[in-house]
Write a protein that binds this ligand. Structure first.
Ligand SMILES: Cc1cc2nc3c(=O)[nH]c(=O)nc-3n(C[C@H](O)[C@H](O)[C@H](O)COP(=O)(O)OP(=O)(O)OC[C@H]3O[C@@H](n4cnc5c(N)ncnc54)[C@H](O)[C@@H]3O)c2cc1C
Length: 408
Protein backbone atom coordinates (compact mmCIF):
# COMPACT_ATOMS: atom_id res chain seq x y z
CA UNK A 1 0.00 0.00 0.00
CA UNK A 2 1.40 3.42 -0.98
CA UNK A 3 0.39 6.00 1.63
CA UNK A 4 2.49 8.87 0.25
CA UNK A 5 0.57 11.83 -1.14
CA UNK A 6 2.27 11.96 -4.57
CA UNK A 7 4.06 14.79 -6.42
CA UNK A 8 0.97 16.92 -7.12
CA UNK A 9 0.07 17.03 -3.44
CA UNK A 10 3.61 17.59 -2.23
CA UNK A 11 3.70 20.63 -4.56
CA UNK A 12 0.47 21.80 -2.95
CA UNK A 13 2.02 21.33 0.50
CA UNK A 14 4.98 23.51 -0.54
CA UNK A 15 2.55 26.19 -1.74
CA UNK A 16 0.69 26.15 1.62
CA UNK A 17 4.00 26.42 3.49
CA UNK A 18 5.02 29.44 1.37
CA UNK A 19 1.69 31.08 2.09
CA UNK A 20 2.07 30.51 5.83
CA UNK A 21 5.62 31.84 5.83
CA UNK A 22 4.50 34.99 4.09
CA UNK A 23 1.30 35.69 6.01
CA UNK A 24 1.66 34.15 9.48
CA UNK A 25 4.80 35.24 11.29
CA UNK A 26 6.24 33.87 14.53
CA UNK A 27 5.24 37.08 16.31
CA UNK A 28 1.62 36.68 15.08
CA UNK A 29 1.66 33.14 16.52
CA UNK A 30 2.86 34.40 19.90
CA UNK A 31 0.04 36.93 20.47
CA UNK A 32 -2.03 35.57 23.39
CA UNK A 33 -5.74 34.95 22.62
CA UNK A 34 -6.67 37.91 24.85
CA UNK A 35 -10.17 38.88 25.88
CA UNK A 36 -11.53 38.53 22.33
CA UNK A 37 -10.54 34.83 22.29
CA UNK A 38 -13.61 32.61 22.70
CA UNK A 39 -13.79 29.30 24.47
CA UNK A 40 -15.53 26.56 22.55
CA UNK A 41 -17.70 23.96 24.26
CA UNK A 42 -14.91 21.52 23.37
CA UNK A 43 -12.42 23.25 25.62
CA UNK A 44 -10.16 25.07 23.10
CA UNK A 45 -9.63 28.84 22.97
CA UNK A 46 -10.15 30.33 19.53
CA UNK A 47 -8.25 33.45 18.55
CA UNK A 48 -10.41 36.18 17.04
CA UNK A 49 -8.05 39.15 17.52
CA UNK A 50 -7.20 41.44 14.58
CA UNK A 51 -4.10 39.51 13.44
CA UNK A 52 -6.00 36.21 13.50
CA UNK A 53 -9.00 37.65 11.62
CA UNK A 54 -6.78 39.33 9.01
CA UNK A 55 -5.01 36.02 8.44
CA UNK A 56 -8.25 34.03 8.23
CA UNK A 57 -9.64 36.39 5.58
CA UNK A 58 -6.47 35.95 3.47
CA UNK A 59 -6.39 32.18 3.94
CA UNK A 60 -10.06 31.94 2.97
CA UNK A 61 -9.55 34.10 -0.13
CA UNK A 62 -6.67 31.76 -1.03
CA UNK A 63 -9.13 28.85 -0.82
CA UNK A 64 -7.52 27.21 2.23
CA UNK A 65 -10.35 27.69 4.74
CA UNK A 66 -14.11 27.11 4.56
CA UNK A 67 -13.69 25.37 1.23
CA UNK A 68 -17.31 24.16 1.09
CA UNK A 69 -18.74 27.71 1.41
CA UNK A 70 -19.29 29.80 -1.75
CA UNK A 71 -17.04 32.86 -2.13
CA UNK A 72 -20.03 35.23 -2.31
CA UNK A 73 -20.87 34.34 1.32
CA UNK A 74 -17.29 34.69 2.55
CA UNK A 75 -16.08 31.13 1.99
CA UNK A 76 -13.09 29.61 0.18
CA UNK A 77 -15.22 27.76 -2.47
CA UNK A 78 -13.04 24.91 -3.72
CA UNK A 79 -13.88 21.54 -5.20
CA UNK A 80 -13.82 18.91 -2.43
CA UNK A 81 -10.37 17.34 -2.14
CA UNK A 82 -9.75 15.21 0.93
CA UNK A 83 -5.96 15.23 0.64
CA UNK A 84 -5.71 18.98 0.13
CA UNK A 85 -7.93 19.56 3.19
CA UNK A 86 -5.71 17.25 5.17
CA UNK A 87 -2.50 18.97 4.05
CA UNK A 88 -3.95 22.39 4.92
CA UNK A 89 -4.90 21.30 8.42
CA UNK A 90 -1.52 19.59 8.99
CA UNK A 91 0.45 22.64 7.86
CA UNK A 92 -1.72 25.19 9.67
CA UNK A 93 -1.47 23.17 12.86
CA UNK A 94 2.30 22.88 12.68
CA UNK A 95 2.62 26.68 12.09
CA UNK A 96 0.14 27.31 14.93
CA UNK A 97 -1.88 29.43 12.46
CA UNK A 98 -5.60 30.14 12.94
CA UNK A 99 -7.67 27.58 11.07
CA UNK A 100 -11.41 27.41 10.62
CA UNK A 101 -13.30 28.42 13.73
CA UNK A 102 -14.77 25.31 15.31
CA UNK A 103 -18.13 25.71 17.00
CA UNK A 104 -21.88 25.59 16.63
CA UNK A 105 -21.94 28.54 14.20
CA UNK A 106 -19.29 27.75 11.57
CA UNK A 107 -19.34 23.96 11.95
CA UNK A 108 -23.07 23.31 12.31
CA UNK A 109 -25.23 26.29 11.34
CA UNK A 110 -23.27 27.49 8.28
CA UNK A 111 -23.55 24.17 6.36
CA UNK A 112 -27.24 24.12 7.29
CA UNK A 113 -27.74 27.65 5.93
CA UNK A 114 -25.79 26.85 2.77
CA UNK A 115 -28.23 23.98 2.19
CA UNK A 116 -31.54 25.37 3.48
CA UNK A 117 -31.19 29.14 4.13
CA UNK A 118 -32.72 31.98 2.11
CA UNK A 119 -30.41 34.26 0.13
CA UNK A 120 -30.99 37.03 2.71
CA UNK A 121 -30.06 34.69 5.62
CA UNK A 122 -26.91 33.57 3.83
CA UNK A 123 -25.89 37.17 3.21
CA UNK A 124 -26.70 38.29 6.75
CA UNK A 125 -25.09 35.49 8.72
CA UNK A 126 -22.51 33.35 6.98
CA UNK A 127 -19.52 35.68 6.53
CA UNK A 128 -19.69 37.12 10.08
CA UNK A 129 -20.15 33.66 11.57
CA UNK A 130 -17.10 32.28 9.75
CA UNK A 131 -14.97 35.13 11.11
CA UNK A 132 -16.22 34.78 14.69
CA UNK A 133 -18.13 38.07 14.66
CA UNK A 134 -21.40 36.28 15.41
CA UNK A 135 -21.46 33.43 17.96
CA UNK A 136 -24.28 30.91 17.99
CA UNK A 137 -25.84 28.50 20.44
CA UNK A 138 -28.08 25.54 19.70
CA UNK A 139 -31.58 25.55 21.23
CA UNK A 140 -32.71 21.96 20.70
CA UNK A 141 -32.92 20.08 24.03
CA UNK A 142 -35.66 20.74 26.58
CA UNK A 143 -36.53 19.19 29.90
CA UNK A 144 -38.37 16.08 28.63
CA UNK A 145 -37.00 16.31 25.07
CA UNK A 146 -33.41 15.08 24.72
CA UNK A 147 -33.00 11.68 23.06
CA UNK A 148 -36.64 11.97 22.08
CA UNK A 149 -36.08 15.44 20.64
CA UNK A 150 -39.28 15.48 18.57
CA UNK A 151 -41.26 15.71 21.84
CA UNK A 152 -40.13 19.33 22.24
CA UNK A 153 -42.81 21.69 23.53
CA UNK A 154 -41.48 25.24 23.08
CA UNK A 155 -44.28 26.90 21.10
CA UNK A 156 -44.18 29.58 18.40
CA UNK A 157 -47.43 31.25 17.36
CA UNK A 158 -47.69 33.55 14.34
CA UNK A 159 -48.69 37.14 15.16
CA UNK A 160 -48.52 39.36 12.05
CA UNK A 161 -44.90 39.50 10.90
CA UNK A 162 -43.56 37.80 14.03
CA UNK A 163 -43.41 34.39 15.64
CA UNK A 164 -44.10 34.69 19.36
CA UNK A 165 -42.04 32.06 21.18
CA UNK A 166 -42.73 30.64 24.66
CA UNK A 167 -40.97 27.75 26.37
CA UNK A 168 -37.70 26.50 27.82
CA UNK A 169 -34.46 25.09 26.45
CA UNK A 170 -31.82 23.30 28.52
CA UNK A 171 -28.14 22.24 28.21
CA UNK A 172 -27.69 25.13 25.78
CA UNK A 173 -23.89 25.30 25.45
CA UNK A 174 -22.45 28.85 25.41
CA UNK A 175 -25.89 30.53 25.46
CA UNK A 176 -24.49 32.99 28.03
CA UNK A 177 -21.91 34.27 25.52
CA UNK A 178 -23.80 33.83 22.24
CA UNK A 179 -25.27 36.51 20.00
CA UNK A 180 -27.85 34.30 18.28
CA UNK A 181 -29.50 30.92 18.79
CA UNK A 182 -30.72 28.44 16.16
CA UNK A 183 -33.75 26.96 17.79
CA UNK A 184 -36.39 24.28 17.27
CA UNK A 185 -39.96 25.28 18.11
CA UNK A 186 -43.38 23.72 17.68
CA UNK A 187 -45.48 25.70 15.21
CA UNK A 188 -48.06 23.05 14.28
CA UNK A 189 -49.29 21.61 17.59
CA UNK A 190 -51.90 19.39 15.91
CA UNK A 191 -49.54 17.81 13.36
CA UNK A 192 -47.72 14.48 14.03
CA UNK A 193 -44.79 15.36 16.29
CA UNK A 194 -42.04 15.25 13.66
CA UNK A 195 -44.01 17.42 11.25
CA UNK A 196 -45.00 20.25 13.57
CA UNK A 197 -41.52 21.66 14.19
CA UNK A 198 -39.90 24.79 12.69
CA UNK A 199 -36.30 26.05 12.78
CA UNK A 200 -35.90 29.68 13.90
CA UNK A 201 -32.92 32.03 14.21
CA UNK A 202 -33.32 34.07 17.40
CA UNK A 203 -31.37 37.20 18.36
CA UNK A 204 -30.31 36.61 21.99
CA UNK A 205 -30.81 40.31 22.83
CA UNK A 206 -34.57 40.08 22.09
CA UNK A 207 -36.68 41.03 25.13
CA UNK A 208 -38.14 37.99 26.94
CA UNK A 209 -35.00 35.81 26.84
CA UNK A 210 -33.61 34.82 30.23
CA UNK A 211 -30.33 32.82 30.23
CA UNK A 212 -29.49 31.01 33.48
CA UNK A 213 -26.03 29.40 33.62
CA UNK A 214 -25.68 25.84 34.99
CA UNK A 215 -22.47 25.26 36.96
CA UNK A 216 -20.85 21.84 36.38
CA UNK A 217 -18.76 19.62 38.65
CA UNK A 218 -15.62 21.03 36.96
CA UNK A 219 -16.59 24.45 38.35
CA UNK A 220 -17.04 25.78 34.81
CA UNK A 221 -20.20 27.08 33.23
CA UNK A 222 -20.62 25.58 29.78
CA UNK A 223 -24.37 25.01 29.72
CA UNK A 224 -27.39 27.13 30.38
CA UNK A 225 -31.12 27.06 30.73
CA UNK A 226 -32.80 29.44 28.30
CA UNK A 227 -36.29 30.67 29.15
CA UNK A 228 -38.34 32.25 26.36
CA UNK A 229 -41.24 34.42 27.42
CA UNK A 230 -43.22 36.04 24.55
CA UNK A 231 -40.05 36.40 22.47
CA UNK A 232 -40.87 38.09 19.13
CA UNK A 233 -38.94 36.66 16.16
CA UNK A 234 -39.33 38.14 12.63
CA UNK A 235 -40.99 35.69 10.20
CA UNK A 236 -37.98 36.09 7.88
CA UNK A 237 -35.89 34.22 10.49
CA UNK A 238 -37.38 30.81 9.75
CA UNK A 239 -34.97 28.38 8.03
CA UNK A 240 -36.72 26.02 5.61
CA UNK A 241 -40.48 25.84 5.35
CA UNK A 242 -42.88 26.14 8.29
CA UNK A 243 -43.30 22.70 9.89
CA UNK A 244 -40.20 21.33 8.09
CA UNK A 245 -37.74 22.11 10.90
CA UNK A 246 -37.13 18.43 11.69
CA UNK A 247 -35.57 17.92 8.26
CA UNK A 248 -33.47 21.09 8.62
CA UNK A 249 -32.39 20.08 12.15
CA UNK A 250 -31.02 16.80 10.80
CA UNK A 251 -28.67 18.64 8.52
CA UNK A 252 -27.29 20.46 11.60
CA UNK A 253 -27.16 17.23 13.65
CA UNK A 254 -25.16 15.43 10.97
CA UNK A 255 -22.50 18.14 11.17
CA UNK A 256 -22.63 18.15 14.99
CA UNK A 257 -21.90 14.41 15.11
CA UNK A 258 -19.01 14.80 12.68
CA UNK A 259 -17.66 17.61 14.86
CA UNK A 260 -17.98 15.71 18.15
CA UNK A 261 -16.60 12.44 16.74
CA UNK A 262 -13.69 14.15 14.93
CA UNK A 263 -10.45 12.18 15.18
CA UNK A 264 -8.17 15.24 15.55
CA UNK A 265 -9.35 15.73 19.13
CA UNK A 266 -8.37 12.19 20.02
CA UNK A 267 -5.02 12.62 18.25
CA UNK A 268 -4.35 15.65 20.48
CA UNK A 269 -5.20 13.74 23.66
CA UNK A 270 -3.00 10.83 22.52
CA UNK A 271 -0.03 13.11 21.80
CA UNK A 272 -0.44 14.95 25.12
CA UNK A 273 -0.79 11.70 27.01
CA UNK A 274 2.32 10.18 25.44
CA UNK A 275 4.31 13.20 26.70
CA UNK A 276 2.66 12.84 30.08
CA UNK A 277 3.57 9.13 30.28
CA UNK A 278 7.18 9.99 29.46
CA UNK A 279 7.36 12.69 32.14
CA UNK A 280 5.48 11.14 35.05
CA UNK A 281 6.58 8.38 37.45
CA UNK A 282 4.31 5.47 38.17
CA UNK A 283 5.27 2.68 40.59
CA UNK A 284 8.86 3.94 40.68
CA UNK A 285 9.58 4.36 36.94
CA UNK A 286 8.43 6.55 34.04
CA UNK A 287 4.86 5.53 33.23
CA UNK A 288 5.84 4.95 29.59
CA UNK A 289 8.05 2.04 30.77
CA UNK A 290 5.19 0.32 32.60
CA UNK A 291 4.22 -2.70 30.43
CA UNK A 292 0.49 -2.38 31.16
CA UNK A 293 0.44 1.34 30.30
CA UNK A 294 2.48 0.70 27.14
CA UNK A 295 0.10 -2.03 26.03
CA UNK A 296 -2.97 0.18 26.56
CA UNK A 297 -1.28 3.15 24.89
CA UNK A 298 -0.38 1.16 21.77
CA UNK A 299 -3.88 -0.32 21.51
CA UNK A 300 -5.39 3.15 21.69
CA UNK A 301 -2.88 4.56 19.21
CA UNK A 302 -3.97 1.86 16.75
CA UNK A 303 -7.59 2.88 17.29
CA UNK A 304 -6.78 6.57 16.73
CA UNK A 305 -5.06 5.63 13.46
CA UNK A 306 -8.01 3.45 12.46
CA UNK A 307 -10.41 6.33 13.07
CA UNK A 308 -8.19 8.71 11.06
CA UNK A 309 -8.14 6.29 8.11
CA UNK A 310 -11.87 5.81 8.49
CA UNK A 311 -12.20 9.62 8.23
CA UNK A 312 -10.18 9.61 4.97
CA UNK A 313 -12.39 6.89 3.63
CA UNK A 314 -15.51 8.94 4.37
CA UNK A 315 -13.95 12.02 2.77
CA UNK A 316 -13.14 10.00 -0.35
CA UNK A 317 -16.72 8.71 -0.58
CA UNK A 318 -17.97 12.26 -0.05
CA UNK A 319 -15.81 13.63 -2.89
CA UNK A 320 -17.23 10.89 -5.14
CA UNK A 321 -20.76 11.76 -4.03
CA UNK A 322 -21.22 8.21 -2.73
CA UNK A 323 -23.42 7.42 0.25
CA UNK A 324 -21.24 6.06 3.09
CA UNK A 325 -24.22 4.11 4.54
CA UNK A 326 -23.32 2.27 7.75
CA UNK A 327 -19.74 3.62 7.65
CA UNK A 328 -21.11 7.15 8.10
CA UNK A 329 -23.09 6.25 11.22
CA UNK A 330 -20.27 4.88 13.36
CA UNK A 331 -17.98 7.96 13.57
CA UNK A 332 -19.66 9.77 16.46
CA UNK A 333 -19.93 6.63 18.60
CA UNK A 334 -16.44 5.33 17.80
CA UNK A 335 -14.78 8.76 18.25
CA UNK A 336 -16.46 9.53 21.57
CA UNK A 337 -15.90 6.07 23.09
CA UNK A 338 -12.25 6.33 22.04
CA UNK A 339 -12.04 9.83 23.60
CA UNK A 340 -13.33 8.33 26.84
CA UNK A 341 -10.84 5.41 26.73
CA UNK A 342 -7.92 7.77 26.03
CA UNK A 343 -8.72 10.19 28.82
CA UNK A 344 -9.44 7.29 31.21
CA UNK A 345 -5.93 5.97 30.51
CA UNK A 346 -4.55 9.49 31.10
CA UNK A 347 -6.30 9.52 34.49
CA UNK A 348 -4.69 6.16 35.34
CA UNK A 349 -1.27 7.50 34.30
CA UNK A 350 -1.82 10.50 36.60
CA UNK A 351 -2.49 8.07 39.49
CA UNK A 352 -3.47 9.86 42.70
CA UNK A 353 -2.85 13.18 40.92
CA UNK A 354 -6.03 12.60 38.93
CA UNK A 355 -7.98 13.37 42.13
CA UNK A 356 -6.78 17.00 42.06
CA UNK A 357 -9.05 19.61 40.48
CA UNK A 358 -8.18 21.19 37.12
CA UNK A 359 -6.00 24.26 37.70
CA UNK A 360 -4.44 22.90 40.94
CA UNK A 361 -0.70 23.62 40.75
CA UNK A 362 0.07 20.11 42.05
CA UNK A 363 -2.11 18.36 39.48
CA UNK A 364 -0.21 16.63 36.63
CA UNK A 365 -0.40 18.85 33.50
CA UNK A 366 -2.40 21.35 35.59
CA UNK A 367 -5.30 18.90 35.54
CA UNK A 368 -5.93 19.20 31.81
CA UNK A 369 -6.53 15.45 31.54
CA UNK A 370 -9.12 15.62 34.29
CA UNK A 371 -10.92 18.22 32.19
CA UNK A 372 -10.52 16.02 29.10
CA UNK A 373 -11.99 13.10 31.06
CA UNK A 374 -15.00 15.15 32.17
CA UNK A 375 -15.52 16.34 28.58
CA UNK A 376 -15.27 12.80 27.26
CA UNK A 377 -18.21 11.81 29.47
CA UNK A 378 -20.24 14.74 28.11
CA UNK A 379 -19.28 13.97 24.51
CA UNK A 380 -20.71 10.46 24.88
CA UNK A 381 -24.09 12.15 25.41
CA UNK A 382 -23.96 15.41 23.40
CA UNK A 383 -25.41 15.30 19.89
CA UNK A 384 -27.18 11.99 20.61
CA UNK A 385 -26.35 9.63 23.50
CA UNK A 386 -24.20 6.54 22.84
CA UNK A 387 -27.13 4.14 23.49
CA UNK A 388 -29.20 5.95 20.91
CA UNK A 389 -26.32 5.86 18.42
CA UNK A 390 -26.11 2.08 18.97
CA UNK A 391 -29.85 1.78 18.29
CA UNK A 392 -29.49 3.81 15.07
CA UNK A 393 -26.55 1.69 13.87
CA UNK A 394 -28.37 -1.54 14.75
CA UNK A 395 -31.73 -0.63 13.25
CA UNK A 396 -30.91 1.62 10.29
CA UNK A 397 -27.38 0.43 9.54
CA UNK A 398 -27.54 -3.32 10.22
CA UNK A 399 -31.26 -3.75 9.62
CA UNK A 400 -31.93 -5.39 13.00
CA UNK A 401 -35.51 -5.33 14.35
CA UNK A 402 -36.63 -2.17 16.14
CA UNK A 403 -36.62 -2.21 19.92
CA UNK A 404 -39.98 -3.38 21.24
CA UNK A 405 -39.92 -0.79 24.03
CA UNK A 406 -38.81 2.11 21.78
CA UNK A 407 -41.12 5.13 21.87
CA UNK A 408 -39.75 6.36 18.50
C1 LIG B 1 -21.53 18.28 26.57
C2 LIG B 1 -22.96 18.48 26.16
C3 LIG B 1 -23.29 19.58 25.38
C4 LIG B 1 -24.63 19.77 25.01
N1 LIG B 1 -24.96 20.90 24.30
C5 LIG B 1 -26.23 21.10 23.91
C6 LIG B 1 -26.59 22.28 23.17
O1 LIG B 1 -25.76 23.16 22.92
N2 LIG B 1 -27.87 22.42 22.79
C7 LIG B 1 -28.81 21.48 23.04
O2 LIG B 1 -29.94 21.66 22.61
N3 LIG B 1 -28.53 20.37 23.78
C8 LIG B 1 -27.26 20.16 24.22
N4 LIG B 1 -26.94 19.04 24.96
C9 LIG B 1 -27.99 18.12 25.35
C10 LIG B 1 -27.95 16.78 24.60
O3 LIG B 1 -28.38 16.91 23.28
C11 LIG B 1 -28.82 15.80 25.40
O4 LIG B 1 -28.22 15.63 26.67
C12 LIG B 1 -28.94 14.44 24.71
O5 LIG B 1 -29.70 14.54 23.54
C13 LIG B 1 -29.60 13.40 25.66
O6 LIG B 1 -30.78 13.88 26.16
P1 LIG B 1 -31.11 13.90 27.74
O7 LIG B 1 -29.96 14.58 28.44
O8 LIG B 1 -32.46 14.50 27.90
O9 LIG B 1 -31.09 12.41 28.20
P2 LIG B 1 -32.28 11.31 28.04
O10 LIG B 1 -32.86 11.38 26.66
O11 LIG B 1 -33.22 11.49 29.19
O12 LIG B 1 -31.46 9.98 28.20
C14 LIG B 1 -30.96 9.53 29.48
C15 LIG B 1 -30.31 8.17 29.27
O13 LIG B 1 -31.27 7.23 28.77
C16 LIG B 1 -30.80 6.64 27.56
N5 LIG B 1 -31.95 6.44 26.62
C17 LIG B 1 -32.94 7.32 26.36
N6 LIG B 1 -33.78 6.79 25.43
C18 LIG B 1 -33.28 5.57 25.10
C19 LIG B 1 -33.70 4.53 24.19
N7 LIG B 1 -34.78 4.65 23.41
N8 LIG B 1 -32.93 3.40 24.12
C20 LIG B 1 -31.81 3.24 24.88
N9 LIG B 1 -31.39 4.20 25.76
C21 LIG B 1 -32.10 5.33 25.88
C22 LIG B 1 -29.81 7.61 26.97
O14 LIG B 1 -28.86 6.96 26.16
C23 LIG B 1 -29.18 8.18 28.23
O15 LIG B 1 -28.14 7.34 28.66
C24 LIG B 1 -25.63 18.84 25.39
C25 LIG B 1 -25.27 17.73 26.17
C26 LIG B 1 -23.96 17.55 26.57
C27 LIG B 1 -23.63 16.38 27.43
Amino acid sequence: MDLSYGAEYEAFRAEVRRFLKEHWTDSDAKIPPGPSGRRTPFGAVIRTDEAATRFRVKATEQGYLYRFVPKRYGGGEQPPDALKSLIISEEFRSADAPGEIVGQGPSMLVPTLVQHGTEAQKQQFIRDTLLGRIWWCQGYSEPGAGSDLASLRTRAVLDGDYWVVNGQKIWTSSADVSDWMFCLVRTEPDAPKHQGISYLLIDMTTPGIDVRPLRQMTGDVDFNEVFLDNVRVPVANIVGARGQGWKVSHSTLKHERQLIGASWMNRRILEGMTLLAQGINLRGRPAINDPVIRQRLVELEAKVLASEYHGYRLLTLDTRDQDPGLAGMVGKLYGTVLGYDLSKLAMDVCGDGSMLAPGDANAPAMGMFVTAYMWSLGNLIAGGAANIQRNIIAERGLGLPREASSKR
